[in-house]
Every structure is written in structure tokens, then in C-alpha cells.
Design a protein around this ligand. Sequence first.
Ligand code: AMP
Ligand code: MG
Length: 263
Amino acid sequence: MRVGEVVLKAGTRLRPQEFGLLAAVGRANVKVQPAPRVAILSTGDELVDASAKPGPGQIRNSNGPMLVAQVARAGGVPHVLGIARDEPDHLRALITEGLQADMLILSGGVSAGKLDLVPGMLSELGVQALVHKVTMKPGKPILFGVKGSKLIFGLPGNPVSSLVGFELFVRPAMRALKALEPGPCWVSAALPKDHTYRTDRPTYHPARLRMTEAGWTVEPIPWFGSPDLRGSQTANAFVLLPEGDHTHRAGDRLAVLRVEDDL
Ligand code: AMP
Ligand code: MG
């Protein structure tokens, strides 16, 4: 290295070798951009906290803790806003607080039912919706909007819709905020067995992705759809099944959404 030479440009992501390089040139202190702060708001009158016992017609808030873990895995700083009731004043107050963060993720209340107050309230608070509804399964009613530099995602309430919507849309946005290639990360993997299915929309089906000597393989796992979080628990990826009636043969390759780095 020559005197006066730039060793690391501003905006460079700090990986282990950058820390080593900074130390080597005596830069013990550097200015860094903080990780994105991501507010998380679960919505729904039926929801109770995980620590509470649900009464008749109630269920525990599973999306909140799941989104906290997803934000953390994606390198963001989660800020938990709790549960908003399906009631305009309560929802308005919590969304207003969430809009202080770099990014706001809501779950539930985003489709077209009477109690789906999220799209209307976001619009009232000055959020411009750029996307509402995507041809996909699970999770069609997903919403993406902006307010100034803030990014807002409304994920559908069913747990696997929320899980997939985050990996497919929110995580790439977080990567972009961190000056990384947004992704998402696709892997082409071979089926070990024939697989027959029918679906009316492109479907992100929970699956097991494995690295073998012959390359990546992927096996769709039994799964009962967007409320079936338990069924998706043994998955470590989502295989993209094109819409229609199909039989894919053993050895055929399919696109797989990779969500775990340490397989
Ligand atoms: P919604 O999108 O609000 O119509 O919710 C769709 C389904 O997901 C309903 O059965 C909700 O009870 C359920 N749901 C909504 N939010 C959550 C959550 N935070 N945790 C678990 N299930 C939820
Ligand atoms: Mg709801």
C-alpha cells in the first residue's frame, strides 16, 4: 500500500477482512451507517400476546415474534410495537409511532374485509401504496408503500404468508438499504422424486433444500397452506411451483428461494 492511497472507500460494507485492514492501517475508530431500524406491528382484535392464554375466538400473536427473528436474521434492529386492535384510533397511533423507524412492517388487516383497516389508515397517514396484491401463494394481499424515505410493508396475517412475504420482499429491501445486491437469493435445485401438484397461482411451497455431491436438491414437504406454520417448520427454503397442473419428474430442476445462510 502506498502513502495517500485509498484503502477502503466510504460506503464499503465492513466484513471481517475490512476490520482487519482498518486495524492494519491504524484506523481504530470509523464512522458507520447504523443497521436499519425496523418497526413491527401485528394487527387484529383476535390476537393476544404469546404469554397469555387465548380465550374463545382468540389466538396468540405468532407473527410478531417471527418477524422480530426475521428482521434480526436480515441484519436489522427490530422495534416491537405490539398488537394494534382493529380500531382506527389505536391503529393510527401505533402506525404513527412505527413511521419513525426506517421501515415499518405490519401483519394482518391488509386485504379487503370490513376490519382490514391497514390500507386505508396508511393512506390517511400519507403513505403512498406502490403495490397492493401480488399474484402469488401464499400471501396475495401484500402491500408495499413509501412515505418520504420510509418503506412500509403490509404483510397478510396468515403466518406462512407473513413469513414468505418477508423473505421475498422485505428482506431484499433491507439488503438494498445496506448497499447489498437486493436478491432474493435463488438456487436451482433438482427434485429427488416425481412431484405432482395443482395450484392457481405461483406458489412458494415449504421445502427442504440440501447440498449433495451432485449439487442442490429440493424436496417439497407436506403442507396445508398459509395458516400451517407447524407444517412449514421442517422446511429450510421455499420451492417456487409455477401455476397450473404439473408433474415434475425426478431430476427436474426448480427455482428455490433460499432463506437460510447456514444450511
Ligand atoms: P388477516 O390478514 O388480518 O385477515 O388475517 C388472516 C388470518 O391470519 C386470520 O385467521 C388471523 O387470525 C391470522 N392472523 C393475523 N395476524 C396474526 C398474527 N399476528 N399471528 C398469527 N395469526 C395471525
Ligand atoms: Mg385481521
